[in-house]
Design a protein around this ligand. Structure first.
Ligand code: MG
Length: 123
């Protein structure tokens, strides 16, 4: 099982990818929601089992991308893939916005290896 890590910040990408490596989880990165949709759509073998989605990104943010995944734009097989928001925090309404978009949960940055392990274990 691979994790799709979507974040426009190279530093954040590297940070989260390193945590995943520490807990022996493979990941692939994407910089925008649009890139994430492309990767999901091309994942015919359904190797991706979970998406970690930055909520704020240029081109297409995590909220829009998640809505499109739920409508099947990331492929039929990925319509219900677990999506967790990686959020910079801030407004409380933002959390609700992420959940309303169809995300399964919400994590505030910086995430920890423990948090990631718990989420992965639950799927
Ligand atoms: Mg961002």
């Amino acid at each position: 099982m691979k994790v799709l890590l979507v974040d426009d910040s190279p530093v954040n990408q590297m940070y989260t990818a390193t945590l995943l490596e520490q807990i022996n989880v493979q990941c692939q990165t994407a910089e925008t929601g649009l890139h994430a949709l492309e990767l999901l759509l091309n994942d015919k073998e359904l190797e991706f089992g979970l998406v970690l989605m930055d909520s704020q990104m240029p081109v297409m943010d995590g909220i829009r991308a998640t809505k499109l995944i739920r409508r099947g734009y990331g492929g039929k097989g990925h319509k219900t893939i677990p999506v967790f928001a990686l959020s910079g925090g801030g407004r409380e309404e933002h959390r609700q916005e992420c959940l309303d978009a169809g995300m399964n949960g919400y994590l505030e940055k910086p995430v920890t290896a423990d948090q990631l392990q718990r989420i992965l274990a639950s799927f």
